[in-house]
Design a protein around this ligand. Structure first.
Ligand SMILES: [Zn+2]
Length: 88
């Protein structure tokens, strides 16, 4: 079991969280027609980087999305913050 830090609720069991995606993916411009392969890339393609990563997670208990920084190799969680802070 691992403890994840929700920036709103504090440290919680990992089973209370859901991975929501990699930070920094750019959503296709929906004011223009988006080709199916571009949607598929946006929805399903992951960089799956090795080492330090910044990801979007949801704490299922408070339903808040936030940014978590962790090492994908050691699984060490470095920190977490609001999406507003993580988007900078
Ligand atoms: Zn929370």
């Amino acid at each position: 079991m691992q403890i994840f830090p929700c920036p709103f609720c504090g440290p919680r069991n990992e089973t209370e969280f859901h991975f929501a995606g990699e930070l920094g993916k750019e959503r296709p411009d929906t004011t223009q027609e988006v080709a199916a392969p571009d949607w598929a890339t946006y929805l399903y393609a992951q960089r799956n980087e090795k080492g330090p990563v910044r990801e979007v997670w949801m704490h299922l208990t408070c339903s808040e999305l936030f940014v978590m920084e962790r090492d994908s190799v050691s699984m060490e969680v470095v920190g977490s913050g609001s999406l507003r802070e993580g988007a900078e």
